[in-house]
Ligand binder design. Structure first.
Ligand code: PNS
Length: 169
């Protein structure tokens, strides 16, 4: 059993990030106080459709963390544990909002652990301000012309307005 501490380890923060929200950004910043490097991994399922394509999602994240050397951005279309093996990382970072997130997160953590014992999932509680927001709800509100300013970084807000063609709001 390895005695290495988390500090200075690389953590992979996987998600759909369709799109990245201020809740995600907050979690990454807080994660940087624990880990030496965080790879924000845009995980995609080739059979699923997304609002933003992988390159767009990666680009938003790159812009947001352009002045933070500790945050890297990558994408992957297969099993998360395979990415971990190839990257040499052993920690998955995930955020947890309400109790409703728990079951899904618990299932994923155990399924990943079943595939390789070399991995640990570390959870950070979501910031209180972001407790109720999600990419899904943000997209729904933006698609109907509602304002999501303050819930997403400015570049994402612009991207959403362009996507839904309501730039005048
Ligand atoms: O932001 P999300 O949609 O909650 O993130 C879910 C994600 C992307 C982390 C999860 O679906 C995932 O790990 N996908 C990669 C494929 C995989 O390994 N699936 C099995 C997970 S146990």
């Amino acid at each position: 059993m390895t005695q290495e501490k988390f500090v200075n380890k690389i953590a992979i923060y996987p998600g759909s990030f369709d799109p990245i929200t201020n809740g995600h950004v907050d979690l990454i910043k807080r994660g940087m106080r624990i880990f030496g490097e965080i790879i924000v991994l845009v995980a995609y399922n080739p059979n699923k459709s997304y609002l933003f394509n992988v390159k767009e999602r990666e680009q938003f994240i790159r812009e947001i963390f352009s002045d933070n050397n500790g945050v890297k951005v990558d994408s992957h279309g297969g099993l998360l544990v395979d990415y971990l093996k190839s990257s040499g990382a052993s920690v998955i970072l995930r955020g947890m909002r309400a109790v409703s997130d728990f079951e899904y997160e618990f299932q994923m953590a155990l399924m990943n652990r079943r595939q390789t014992r070399e991995v640990e999932t570390v959870f950070l509680m979501s910031g209180f301000k972001w407790f109720y927001s999600s990419s899904k709800l943000i997209k729904e509100v933006a698609s109907m012309g509602g304002s999501v300013k303050g819930l997403v970084p400015d570049n994402v807000n612009r991207g959403l307005m362009e996507k839904f063609n309501n730039g005048k709001r």
